[in-house]
Design a protein. Structure first.
Length: 611
């Protein structure tokens, strides 16, 4: 018994001794990287250092830690070379011993397990080299020389030099030299002068002309129509930018899922370049189903059917129907919305389309009840990659009941629209991360029935997107709109032609149409001016999730000039789940200053961002 107790005592004592860590155990460490004095260089060094980036993500045992540190020396020297420092000195020590010490790993084995050691990265960047001579081996037109973007005396930053090769090649191709070649520059260091001399070898070749154009992959589309859509033709000067514009023009027809261009491998007849457009046609028919819910407008379900190539020339027939008003504090009954639209592309011009619409709507709202049938014809035109506009004629048979009065109006309108978008996203469900969107509309209207009236409705709106993280993860989105109706007071106008604020499109947190003038019983009366603004922060996290926080504010008045009336503000938060067809949106917002028709909070669920 005594022997057993003795051995237990010995075992406890031995186990409590400060035994050295085993070689396979991770060695914790703290790292300090010496600053170079150049913030951008310091940032690049930090991004390249495995010692820094893997310290907590992938702890390493002593031997692996030493090897990681030795590798960091080369990685940091590469960064410094790329920033124009070609004679740097980089050294790394661990626990006060240089990583070149062959006994360092063994010494770390003797460090008490769990005890962190100091890792110090010492950097002497050395002199900054500058560009001196820039020569060309081959003939380069003066205009293309300017595209190089390099000049003697500027810092010899490697990325600038390598980018110059691509800029020069792109400039030659844009000027018609389809088979131009620009080799990687030959760089010669002068260590005494701290200078870098460059030589670019160039073979521009002949300026090219577009030769035969072939189109592969057509099935239901007529080839003569597709060729007529192309904005380039045989005999045109070879311009990659114009070829890309022609490719985008085919995609814009909506009948192709993909369009690519192949350039012939060698010139034909001296300087002619053959082009081949490879196209993939989308299925001719498409069906879509969707649903939305908000506490003010209730639920809605929608279905649509589209024919993308009705007559062989990319004509579209789009049919849609929705049932609305399932509950909701701003809705007083079930409604519907049905429409049919026929679109004829390339109407009288490659950049124009003709659209004819028929629509019927019924909505029972707290503000008014409406049943209307509409017929419209529109001419739409693309002016540039960022600008488009439209004009049209719309006739509406409009029956509206408000406050116990039922009136029938015949509306004749001439809507004019101009739109700008440089966000680079094509679909309404896509998430813009940068750029601007804007639109302006002016709609002169004649209202016959009830009170005969001619009035003009104008609205300007815009949104801006700022990528704070430069990777699309953290976005600040801004939205603003202002609208005005001139030519009559709010009670002269048909109720559905008046302006209202409140709801997801203007001020979240307030019931739809609840902001603005009211009747004596608190029912929304409608206004002749409206304005609203939003600031929203969007943050993505994990792989498919995101969150938002927003502030909306707006007002509506009876003076036909925006920025009049009581200002109402709503705040809210939301979550996003990102799918292949867009973000599923769920927002909740509360009003900061309640109005008679506002609820304690509003919930909005739908597909795509709020704007």
């Amino acid at each position: 018994m005594r022997s057993a107790r003795f051995f237990l005592f010995v075992f406890a004592v031995v186990a409590s001794l400060p035994w050295p860590a085993r070689a396979s155990d991770p060695q914790p460490y703290a790292i300090e990287i010496q600053k170079t004095g150049d913030a951008q260089t310091d940032e690049s060094i930090a991004e390249s250092s495995l010692l820094k980036n893997l310290r907590t993500k992938a702890p390493a045992p002593p031997f692996a830690l030493v090897e990681r540190a030795r590798g960091d020396i080369g990685r940091i020297e590469t960064v410094l070379n790329g920033r124009g420092y070609y004679k740097p000195s980089v050294s790394i020590s661990i626990a006060g011993r240089d990583v070149a010490d062959p006994d360092l790993a063994g010494a770390l084995d003797n460090v008490t397990q769990g005890t962190p050691v100091d890792v110090r990265v010492s950097i002497a960047a050395g002199p900054l080299y500058h560009l001196r001579a820039i020569d060309f081996d081959g003939t380069v037109p003066p205009k293309e020389r300017a595209a190089l973007g390099l000049s003697p005396g500027q810092p010899a930053i490697a990325t600038d030099v390598l980018d110059a090769q691509g800029r020069l090649l792109a400039a030659l191709q844009d000027d018609g030299y389809a088979f131009a070649k620009v080799d990687a520059p030959i760089a010669m260091l002068d260590d005494d002068a701290h200078a870098l001399d460059l030589s670019f070898k160039i073979d521009a070749g002949p300026q090219s002309i577009i030769g035969a154009i072939t189109i592969h992959g057509l099935k239901d589309m007529r080839e003569d129509f597709v060729r007529g859509t192309l904005t380039i033709h045989s005999g045109d000067s070879y311009r990659p930018g114009e070829i890309e514009r022609a490719r985008q023009g085919l995609l814009a027809l909506g009948v192709f899922s993909g369009v690519s261009v192949r350039v012939g491998g060698k010139p034909v007849d001296g300087n002619h370049v053959a082009l081949t457009f490879d196209v993939q046609e989308r299925p001719r028919h498409a069906v879509a189903l969707s649903a939305n819910y908000s506490t003010d407008l209730g639920g809605s379900v929608s279905a649509s059917w589209s024919h993308r190539n009705l007559l062989g020339d990319a004509e579209q027939l789009n049919l849609s129907a929705s049932v609305t008003g399932f509950g909701g504090s701003a809705s007083s009954g079930i409604g519907y919305n049905a429409s049919a639209a026929f679109v004829k592309p390339r109407f009288m011009d490659a950049d124009q389309s003709l659209e004819a619409d028929l629509a019927a709507v019924k909505q029972d709202l707290v503000a008014y009840n409406q049943t209307a049938e509409t017929m419209g014809v529109y001419l739409r035109r693309v002016f540039s990659p960022d600008w488009n506009g439209s004009g049209g004629f719309v006739a509406t048979h409009d029956e509206v009941a408000q406050e116990g009065t039922d009136r029938l109006y015949q509306l004749l309108a001439l809507p004019l629209n101009a739109n700008y978008d440089d966000t680079g996203v094509s679909g309404p469900l896509s998430d813009p991360s940068h750029g601007l969107r804007g639109s302006f509309s002016a709609t002169p209207t004649i209202a016959l029935g009830g009170t005969n009236l001619t009035f003009l409705t104008m609205q300007v709106s815009g949104s801006a997107y700022f990528d704070l993280s430069n990777d699309g993860q953290s976005i600040v989105a801004l939205r603003a709109l202002a609208g005005s109706v001139v030519g009559g007071s709010n009670f002269d106008l048909p109720p559905d032609q008046r302006l209202y604020a409140g709801g997801s499109a203007t001020v979240r947190g307030f019931r739809y149409q609840s902001i603005g003038p009211d009747f004596a019983d608190g029912t929304p009366a409608g206004a002749t001016s409206v304005d609203a603004a939003t600031i929203e922060f969007r943050q993505r996290f994990l792989k498919d999730w995101g969150a938002v926080a927003f502030v909306d504010a707006g007002q509506a008045g009876t003076n036909s000039l925006p920025f009049e009336g009581a200002l109402n503000t709503g705040v809210g938060v939301g979550v996003r789940y990102y799918t292949s067809i867009g973000a599923v949106r769920a927002d909740v917002a509360v009003p900061l200053n309640r109005v008679p028709q506002s609820d304690a909070f509003e919930i909005y669920i739908g597909l795509g961002q709020a704007f």
